[in-house]
Design a binder for this molecule. Structure first.
Ligand code: PLP
Length: 809
């Protein structure tokens, strides 16, 4: 329990103003949109992409009364009841507090780092240990400077051990994480090329990562990476591998025909063989790390091995699916603890497409009084329409929440009664631990799925948005391009996230797309590119703002507005500075200004143009000329109008290459969706097109595969048929070996021509099984190059029948 007075002694503040020293603090807040328990929150004004100081009034208005800040010149008279801590660096203060809190925990803390596999090892270990221990684990992606601090804050004595993941991308970062986590036991998963950019060499990267263990007594790792050499001499190592000196020796690994691997290990004179449901090297290594850790912790082999056989690949969290009866289903049926419940509820809260929100929640066993109170406050703060509870241990919630509750003793009972519950036009979060197999419920609620899906990672999209924001000056507004179904990746699903992240504008290509967004709770201003007369009515009824590109369309829109008695309807003027597609020419500005200023029906919100070749060095002069034409045109227009407008000309490439073109706003398109045409950003992949192998055949040399006998086999081959064809948007030009897909991380090529709904792959040289997952575009840029197009075309061509599956985290 912390009070403002006690917090004062745990962080270094330069100055403070404490108005109620006894105020108790339970929550650390840094995002004013996510404040729940305001009066017991301490708000950290972090300087992220947005400066947290600007959100202090908002947080105050929501009831927050304690702030950690770094700016000296805050107008505290606006927050007459608030206490302030002034610190050198707000993030550091947050870390100091987390670090102090961590040191009050006297049971083992396991710290995990490495290039890959951290999250899966953490999740698996938690799963394996949970059978006889209360395990605290950092939530999925909370492994950064901020994430680790927030995860540690939730640590409490109710747990028997904690597993915390540490991720870094730059030299110097691990020291801060170490100071907070102070692992008693360390796990180093491996070292690879991931994030290599920030480091001079592999050795530098290992040295940095291993800093996490500079005070750790025992460190566990696969011996083949030779981490020993980097550890302090007093560290005790516990390794697995093929050397005689390894604590756990790997004697034999064999891939079996059923898609499992058989592994033989020896440990302290004992030899044992077990199987795991994986064949890929990475998963096997992760399993072995878990095995080695459990042996280190003193569990006997015969207890551990059967459990390893039941491990499953991590499922994606928080999948957002289209449900029956116009519902949105958020599926998170994998784990259930307070931290992940909170994240899932936040995501539910973002869904603006439905007013009604239902939570289906499985039991959380073993909640003591403190955790019960916490759950109660987490649920109480959420605007839920109802909560459906599965299991027996949450009955204490009865009469304590305003939300209607429905109880079922078991998942089976809920499934039997599901027909009697009206679930329609709502967002439904299904949240339960694995043992409640709530996926049985979600299967009944989700509209039927097909086997070719486009997975869209909304947290990657959020990351990319922040990445671009971080290079833009604060005053530059951001318009997000969600035209063409958000470059193929979805409509309101993407727009909801952008709205939540406070972009300034959205742009669609057609009025219909805008109408759909409005129907799903998007209230950001929306610009519609090149509308025609037929959609004027929709523009008006859905409050969509047209791009006006010619005198013809301008005059007819003004006429329309006059008849409808509209005043000052927002419009956007497009100037043609060199694309020669749509737009007014610079020489038409005087005439345009005259017409505009005589029409009270409209109000020019923004004036824009489009760069033709912002990413092409050889057209530098042309770009400079475009920016020049644009600036003088808008200057002239503003004089004629008598008021100023928002100016914008830069698209994604413009953001990267042309700071002089930022003006008042930029239009972010392809970069948001994870495609870096300029190769200058660290973006995350947003969409992944996946299909499955339907059948595999062994065929002799000389056989042909597919239509017109195009695929002649020059050797005895294994041919896999996968469920994607040109009707899905997989171009016929990818046939006959041009297209490359990836199965279990291995690249394979197409054979023969692409059919309408299927195509064939040569899997002779790789491990592949029927029903295996196939990644259709392992490298989107390369795929586009191979058929002489651009990634934009591949993305937007994916047909509507390819089901979109969204997930977050
Ligand atoms: C599509 C589009 C953009 C976005 O372009 P990207 O290259 O995807 O960033 C910007 N402005 C206009 C007018 C567009 O049509």
């Amino acid at each position: 329990m912390y009070t403002l007075a006690s917090i004062l002694s745990h962080i270094h503040s330069k100055q403070h103003l404490i108005r109620d020293a006894a105020r108790q603090i339970y929550d650390l807040a840094y995002d004013s949109r996510k404040i729940r328990n305001a009066e017991h929150s301490l708000f950290f004004a972090l300087k992220n992409v947005r400066d947290g100081h600007t959100f202090i009034p908002d947080a105050y208005q929501k009831g927050v009364r304690a702030f950690v800040v770094s700016c000296e010149d805050i107008d505290i008279s606006l927050c007459p009841e608030a206490s302030f801590f002034w610190v050198e660096d707000v993030l550091t203060a947050l870390q100091e507090l987390a670090s102090y809190h961590r040191q009050q925990f006297h049971k083992p803390v396991i710290g995990i780092t490495g290039s890959n596999g951290k999250t899966i090892v953490k999740e698996w270990l938690a799963q394996l240990l949970q059978e006889d221990k209360k395990v605290y684990q950092s939530p999925k992606s909370y492994n950064s400077q901020l994430g680790v601090a927030l995860s540690l804050w939730n640590l409490s004595d109710d747990y028997d051990c904690a597993i915390i993941e540490a991720g870094i991308s730059l030299p110097g970062e691990m020291n801060h994480l170490e100071a907070m986590i102070r692992p008693d036991i360390g796990i180093m998963t491996n070292i690879g090329v991931a994030h290599a950019s920030g480091f001079a060499s592999k050795a530098a990267k290992i040295t940095e990562k291993i800093t996490l263990f500079k005070r750790t007594k025992d460190v566990i790792f696969p011996s083949r990476y030779g981490f020993d050499a980097y550890l302090p001499s007093e560290t005790t190592t516990f390794t697995f591998g093929e050397r005689d000196v390894d604590n756990v020796r790997i004697l034999h690994i064999e891939e079996r025909r059923d898609g499992r691997s058989s592994i033989q290990v020896s440990y302290e004179q004992e030899i044992a063989t077990f199987t795991v449901p994986f064949v890929d090297k990475a998963s096997i290594e992760n399993v072995l790390i878990c095995l080695t850790t459990l042996l280190f912790l003193g569990y006997p082999l015969d207890v551990i091995l059967p459990k390893l056989g039941r491990l499953r690949p991590l499922e994606m969290r928080l999948q957002l699916k289209t449900g029956r009866h116009n519902c949105s289903i958020i599926d998170d049926t994998y784990s259930n603890d307070l931290a992940s419940l909170q994240i899932a509820l936040d995501f539910l809260h973002q869904q603006q497409q439905h007013k009604k929100k239902t939570l289906i929640l499985s039991d959380m066993e073993g909640l003591d009084d403190k955790l019960q109170a916490k759950l109660l406050s987490v649920l109480g703060r959420q605007n839920l329409t109802r909560i459906i509870i599965v299991g027996k241990s949450l009955h204490f919630l009865v009469d304590k929440l305003a939300t209607p509750l429905l109880f079922f003793d078991s998942t089976e009972e809920l499934v039997r009664n599901l027909r009697n519950i009206v679930l329609e036009n709502e967002s439904i979060l299904i949240k339960g631990s694995r043992r409640y197999h709530l996926e049985d419920v979600s299967k009944l609620l989700v509209a039927k799925s097909h086997e070719t899906v486009l997975e869209i990672n909304l947290s990657a999209l959020e990351h990319n948005l922040q990445a671009y924001r971080s290079i833009l000056p604060q005053h530059v507004k951001l318009m997000a391009m969600v035209k063409a179904f958000s470059y193929g990746s979805g409509s309101y699903e993407v727009a909801n996230l952008l709205q939540f992240n406070k972009v300034d504008y959205l742009t669609v290509a057609f009025a219909d797309e805008g109408v759909e967004l409005r129907q799903h709770g998007i209230d950001l201003p929306i610009m519609v590119l090149s509308p025609d007369e037929q959609v004027f009515e929709s523009l008006l009824t859905s409050n969509l703002e047209p791009e006006i590109y010619s005198f013809r369309i301008l005059k007819s829109f003004i006429d329309f507005l006059r008849i409808r008695k509209q005043k000052a309807f927002p419009i956007h003027i497009k100037i043609d500075t060199g694309m020669h597609r749509l737009g007014f020419l610079p020489r038409e500005m005087a005439e345009l200004a005259t017409l505009l200023s005589a029409a009270p029906e409209i109000k020019v919100k923004t004036v824009f143009s489009h760069l033709v070749a912002a990413g092409k060095e050889q057209h530098r002069d042309f770009t400079i000329q475009q920016i020049g034409f644009f600036s003088t045109s808008v200057d002239r227009l503003e004089v004629g109008l008598g008021y100023t407008v928002i100016r914008h000309i830069a698209n994604t490439s413009g953001i990267i290459n042309w700071p002089s073109a930022y003006m008042d706003m930029v239009r972010l398109g392809i970069g948001l969706y994870g495609v870096d045409m300029d190769g200058k950003m660290t973006l995350e992949k947003v969409s992944e097109l996946k299909t499955t192998i339907t059948q595999i055949k062994e065929l002799p040399a000389g056989t042909t595969v597919g239509y017109d006998r195009k695929g002649l086999l020059h050797r005895a081959s294994r041919i896999a048929t996968v469920k994607i064809g040109y009707a899905d948007g997989y171009s016929r030009r990818f046939g006959e070996g041009v297209g490359e897909m990836s199965i279990n991380g291995q690249k394979v090529s197409t054979v023969g021509s692409i059919c309408m709904d299927m195509c064939m792959l040569d899997v002779t040289d790789i491990v592949a099984h029927e029903l295996d997952e196939v990644v259709v575009f392992p490298d989107l840029m390369e795929a586009a190059r191979r058929i002489d197009t651009i990634p934009y075309e591949l993305l937007v061509n994916l047909s509507a029948r390819v089901k979109r599956v969204y997930y977050y985290g």
